[in-house]
Design a protein around this ligand. Structure first.
Ligand code: SAH
Length: 382
């Protein structure tokens, strides 16, 4: 039997273990413990990641004895159900609210691109890693919501599979996953990594490692650890300011990690993994969008090789506003003229309340979301 302790479950464990928590090797061990041949493990994995069953009873191709053993062994399927949905008018962006087993509410967003009205060429899921967040970024709806708990690996996987199952009906599939939803992935390191390994394992969901991006507020120890995992996942660091005094106003928990340290981590991440890091910079009117700050950022990044993603801020609470287009392009021009690689994130789903934490805030009324404001989801920085 695969014991709960082997599965790295957080303190106290759980009565039931979701099959979507298991890595393929653990499924092999479980199936072996049940006295079943190895091909049953392949069969089970195939069903889990190609057919998306919603319960153990749906594993019809397995012998009933094995289904029984799964049930009596304390294994289950399914840890999230949809309780809300908003879609942009063009249908490119869909944001869902999922209820987890303990009633916690989280958001997941699907962003689709290309395909000219036919099958979409790119479908990116933006997953949440925590219910709420401890990082307290002043312009972020989730940051203003407080922290409830970490999201378990199987609940992260469930967010992706929820959309994968929906897309399968249209003959489409998930092409990218970005860890840019609610929460700080590197503050929930082991569950995030377990989810990445399941999503990328060839015998499980099988997404290419390079099609995953983890976005972090900049927890240096976590970045260092991630660089040594032997993975090819993309990394995005939320910088938002070129100096510590301004950055600490926007990201109050940033104190232990200086801007200089984070910039040097972009180099070491590249050296370890061969992957260039993206620096996210939420542009906020009259806060971090001046020409001087653009020049300061340019001199910091010259020759560094990192890519800057400028994100005109989604208005949430706190009175932060998005700069006008002229100011956005001026900031972009300064960076580009210094040879810094830079893009302004294209807007999608402007009419839906889709920025980090906004849908949940609308439903629960918690947080300081200003009603009536519209937002934009986080988008893939690939
Ligand atoms: N905690 C992680 C990942 C979640 S947030 C991180 O900080 O990177 C994903 C990205 O969305 C971050 O760059 C974050 O700063 C940005 N973000 C949050 N609220 C935003 C808003 N209102 N407008 C624009 N970007 C926002």
């Amino acid at each position: 039997m695969v014991h709960v302790v082997d599965l790295g479950l957080p303190d106290g464990g759980f009565l039931m273990v979701d099959l979507y928590r298991l890595l393929p090797e653990e499924v092999d061990a479980l199936v072996g413990d049940m006295g079943q041949p190895r091909y049953r493990a392949d069969q089970l994995l195939h069903m889990l990641y190609r057919q998306f069953p919603s319960g153990v009873s749906m594993l019809k191709q397995l012998p009933s004895k094995m289904r029984e053993a799964i049930n009596t062994g304390g294994f289950s399927i399914g840890s999230a159900s949809e309780v809300g949905r908003v879609a942009s008018e063009d249908g490119d962006t869909t944001k869902i609210l999922l209820r987890l087993d303990d009633g916690a509410l989280i958001e997941t967003v699907l962003m689709q691109y290309g395909g000219d009205g036919g099958r979409r060429t790119r479908s990116t899921v933006c997953v949440s890693t925590q219910v709420g967040c401890q990082m307290a970024c002043t312009f972020c709806a989730t940051g203003q919501m407080g922290f409830e708990r970490n999201i378990k690996a199987e609940e992260i996987v469930a967010q992706v599979l929820h959309f994968a199952s929906m897309l399968r009906e249209r003959g489409e599939r998930i092409t990218n996953v970005v860890f840019m939803g609610m929460g700080e992935p590197l503050a929930n390191y082991s569950e995030t990594l377990r989810a990445v390994r399941i999503l990328t394992h060839k015998r499980a969901f099988g997404l290419g490692q390079r099609h995953i991006t983890i976005s972090t507020v900049g927890l240096a120890s976590g970045i260092g650890r991630l660089a040594k995992e032997g993975l090819q996942v993309g990394l995005a660091i939320s910088l938002h300011a070129p100096n510590d005094s301004l950055r600490r106003k926007l990201v109050p928990t940033a104190k232990p990690n200086s801007v200089k340290e984070l910039i040097s981590m972009t180099r070491s991440y590249f050296e370890e993994t061969g992957r260039r890091v993206t620096l996210e910079y939420a542009l906020i009117e009259n806060v971090n969008d001046s020409r001087d700050l653009a020049e300061e950022l340019s001199s910091l990044l010259r020759g560094n090789g990192a890519h800057v993603n400028l994100i005109p801020v989604n208005p949430t609470a706190g009175g932060f506003r998005r700069p006008d287009w002229k100011r956005i392009t001026q900031f972009e021009r300064v960076l580009k003229s210094s040879g810094v690689n830079c893009t302004v994130r294209v807007e999608k789903g402007v009419e839906i309340s889709a920025a980090c934490g906004q849908l949940r805030t609308d439903v629960t009324g918690k947080g300081r979301q200003i009603k009536g404001l519209t937002g934009r989801p986080h988008e893939s920085c690939l």
